[in-house]
Write a protein that binds this ligand. Structure first.
Ligand code: NAP
Length: 478
């Protein structure tokens, strides 16, 4: 019998609890044709993926999107299983045995590499590690960054680079009220960083940041943005491209950068300086035992076959002495055990969200993708909404024609039994709300928006303690 009825609901597993996973759940909840039961699995005890572990602490408003996710999670046909890792605690075979459809929403969990000499010297880091560290992500909790260095290079000029720069350049006053990890706040307050070099490999018209982010850099309390007037002079190809495309973001970026470039000479009086450089690519990170400098080559833009403007090295080099390097050149997806993967793009091969086996070019029955692991690491949180809807449309089409998995253990309790049999301490959504409450209460007592847990053991201990206290209170009240 085709699933999707009260007596035989369509059982869907979602792996990953970031925005794309939640929007997939929402799209499934919004359709009215089928009864759908959703179980969301998350490796960490805490949900929300990059909204918790990636969005910058000073972008508090963006994080309020989790209110929508709370509403999705409140649906009685939705369950959250946190602290359950796909491939370790629960396998592909387990999901096939328990669900009609599986959605992978695992994002892009690692970073791209520059593949240049010196990239692995101490002091050279992926921006993603720094981001995880200041956001209290348990995987990055114990990393250290040598903030006694005065000069830092940030490679790439996307919005992640902008986040990293702001966190390096903001004052204690600017960061204190945020939910930045307490240990990161402490380390940043001792920071000696004075100069930040932002290295974009193409010109100002091709910068990857968006208008609000570049404007925000100009509003920092104690950091100046410095752009050399010659760097905002557009080359003929960029001028022509901008005239033709009328790309609003690019136009806005060039305008803001031009304003920075013509800022009155001598007016840069703040303690920290952010130097925005364009048309330069790192070719080597120099240092004996640690990063001492970064060697860059000047680029010129050339038109590629697809019409885009690409950087080409000119052979003119420059060395900037820096003690820290953050490469912020994009995230990269990682393969999941038992699931097909395209190494080149770092995504799961799919057609409109239906996973496709590259060996046969046929859809893999019952398996789907959403978000960055589907389309690559681009777009903002909202981009995931239409992306997830597209996948869900395919799922509903397949369900209607009976192209679903045939689980041997499809009842709701069976997956819980399996997890309990494996002695897994899974975290429910109600449990997460307790953790959420603890974090906010502790934070607000200190005048901060939240004090984040950064270790899984601490989260589980705090939860057990709070639940025990509630039990004692209940018994005392009986
Ligand atoms: P991104 O926007 O793709 O930017 C990557 C940057 O790295 C670009 O400047 C790119 O230059 C450069 N790059 C790539 N390979 C390079 C190489 N080998 N050498 C030198 N430079 C290289 O990536 P992201 O900053 O990681 O952001 C990911 C997504 O999240 C984006 O869609 C972003 O808008 C979004 N995000 C949004 C916010 C926000 O809304 N505030 C915050 C954070 C992230 P080219 O352009 O020349 O390739």
């Amino acid at each position: 019998m085709t699933p999707g009825t009260e007596s035989n609901p369509l059982r869907v597993a979602i792996i990953g609890s970031g925005p794309s996973g939640f929007y997939a759940a929402e799209a499934l909840q919004k359709q009215k044709a089928l009864v759908v039961q959703i179980d969301m699995f998350e490796r960490l005890p805490t949900p929300f993926g990059l909204v918790r572990g990636g969005v910058a602490p000073d972008h508090h408003k963006i994080k309020s999107v989790t209110k929508v996710y709370d509403r999705i999670a409140a649906n009685p046909n939705f369950r959250f299983f946190g602290n359950v890792e796909f491939g370790k605690d629960i396998t592909h075979a387990d999901l096939v045995a328990h669900y009609h459809q599986i959605i992978y929403a695992t994002g892009a969990q690692t970073d791209k590499r520059m593949e240049i000499p010196g990239e692995d010297l101490p002091g050279s880091h992926a921006a993603t590690e720094f981001v995880g560290w200041y956001n209290a992500h348990p995987d990055y909790r114990d990393l250290t960054f040598d903030l006694s260095q005065e000069r830092v290079a940030v490679v790439g000029n996307g919005n992640v680079a902008m986040d990293v720069i702001r966190i390096l350049a903001k004052t204690q006053k600017e960061l204190y009220a945020t939910d930045i990890a307490d240990y990161a706040l402490e380390a940043l307050m001792r920071s000696k960083v004075k100069e930040i070099y932002v290295l974009g490999r193409r010109g100002p018209a091709q910068a990857a940041f968006t208008n609000p982010e570049i404007k925000e850099l100009g509003e920092l309390a104690d950091a100046d943005v410095i752009v050399r007037p010659e760097d905002v002079e557009l080359d003929p190809l960029s001028r022509e491209w901008l005239m033709q495309e009328r790309d609003r973001t690019a136009e806005g970026n060039v305008q803001t950068l031009t304003r920075y470039a013509h800022f009155k000479n001598g007016a840069h009086t703040k303690s920290r300086k952010i130097y925005m450089r364009f048309l330069v690519s790192p070719v080597e990170i120099i240092g004996k035992d640690r990063v001492e400098a970064i060697k860059i080559v000047k680029n010129q833009l050339v038109r590629a076959e697809d019409g885009s403007l690409r950087p080409r090295p000119t052979g003119e080099y420059e060395t900037i002495p820096v003690g820290l390097v953050f490469r912020s050149i994009g995230y990269q997806g990682v393969p999941l055990p038992g699931v097909v993967f395209d190494e080149r793009s770092g995504t799961i091969p799919n057609q409109q969200g239906r996973i496709v086996d590259p060996a046969t070019n046929q859809p893999v029955t019952g398996e789907y993708v959403v978000g960055w692991i589907k389309r690559g690491p681009t777009g903002v949180i909202g981009t995931n909404k239409p992306d997830a809807q597209e996948t869900v449309n395919m799922m509903l089409e397949d369900a209607a024609s009976g192209r679903v998995l045939n689980p041997t253990a499809p009842s709701r309790s069976q997956i819980e039994e399996l997890l309990l049999k494996r002695l897994l301490t899974y975290v429910t959504y109600e449990d997460w709300q307790i953790l959420d409450d603890i974090e906010q209460t502790y934070g607000q007592a200190l005048g901060r928006s939240r004090l984040k847990f950064s270790r899984v053991a601490e989260m589980l201990d705090a939860l057990a303690e709070r639940k025990q206290a509630a039990r004692v209170e209940r018994v005392a009240g009986d």
